[in-house]
Design a binder for this molecule. Structure first.
Ligand code: SAH
Length: 248
């Protein structure tokens, strides 16, 4: 598993977040993928307040308790909402420019990769939002992800993570699915960000349906609970180490 951080010169999303925060405006943040047409991430959305967040994110913030780790925190929107709720969060992100913005916004933010084992603190809640399963990258990385999460969780801790089932992209009008079983899992995307002509490194970004996530959780000694479902194949899940669940 890659456990590196980004350089400021190749940090397109961070550069967009930086411009929006420090200069009051940002250019277009483009997402390239070999599977889709180019798409755009509206930069103001990365600065959403609690009221502007989708229901699933609001539920996750309400459910979060104890010492909270906000993984891939971006502009820090969730950490800030948590602190307004009187909760204590630490934010980590591989993006140096995002971390600079979060620190300026008063967030306890560190430039750390989730998979960097030298980060040894423990948390009661690990929060992974805005397709949090993206950071797992591929299905092959599931064991490494669960191993890492086990290291980060305090006894009785849990992960709150959201994702979407991308099956709707392959659904025919009659409801049948146009998925080639010989292909890679249909939620596995490759992304590359671009901002102001600077492209970041391409990376794997996993969308995973709840049943598949629950299958891998069980394989790796965790259990997955469906906390809530959104309006469009999206959901929020809670992951807990089975040895903690047994003690409940
Ligand atoms: N959670 C934020 C941002 C989501 S975008 C929000 O909801 O608005 C995903 C973020 O994850 C980016 O800021 C990216 O830099 C960060 N990221 C990607 N891989 C990571 C990793 N392995 N460890 C920590 N952060 C990571």
């Amino acid at each position: 598993m890659n456990n590196e951080v980004l350089n400021a010169g190749a940090d397109p999303m961070g550069a967009a977040i930086y411009d929006y925060h420090f200069n009051g405006d940002a250019d277009t943040l483009i997402v390239h993928s070999s599977m889709f047409e180019d798409d755009e991430i509206p930069v103001p959305d990365l600065f959403r307040s609690f009221e502007d967040m989708p229901d699933l994110e609001q539920i996750a913030l309400e459910e979060a308790r104890g010492r909270i780790l906000d993984v891939g925190a971006g502009s820090g929107c969730h950490s800030i909402a948590l602190s307004e709720m009187g909760k204590e969060a630490v934010a980590v992100d591989i993006s140096p420019l995002s971390v600079e913005v979060m620190c300026d916004r008063g967030v306890d933010a560190r430039q750390i990769n989730l998979y960097d084992e030298s980060f040894t603190e423990k948390f009661d809640t690990v929060l992974m939002l805005m397709n949090g399963t993206g950071i797992i990258g591929t299905l092959e990385n599931m064991p490494a992800f669960f191993r890492r999460i086990r290291e980060l969780l305090a006894p009785d801790g849990c992960v709150l993570i959201d994702s979407s089932d991308l099956r709707y992209l392959f659904e025919e009008e009659d409801g049948s699915l146009m998925i080639d079983l010989a292909d890679d899992y249909y939620g596995l995307l490759d992304y590359q960000m671009e901002y102001k002509g600077v492209k970041g490194e391409p990376f794997d970004w996993l969308y995973v349906d709840f049943d598949t996530l629950a299958f891998y959780a069980e394989e790796n000694g965790f259990c997955a609970e469906l906390v809530a479902e959104g309006e469009h194949y999206d959901y929020l899940a809670r992951l807990k180490d089975v040895s903690c669940v047994d003690r409940d």
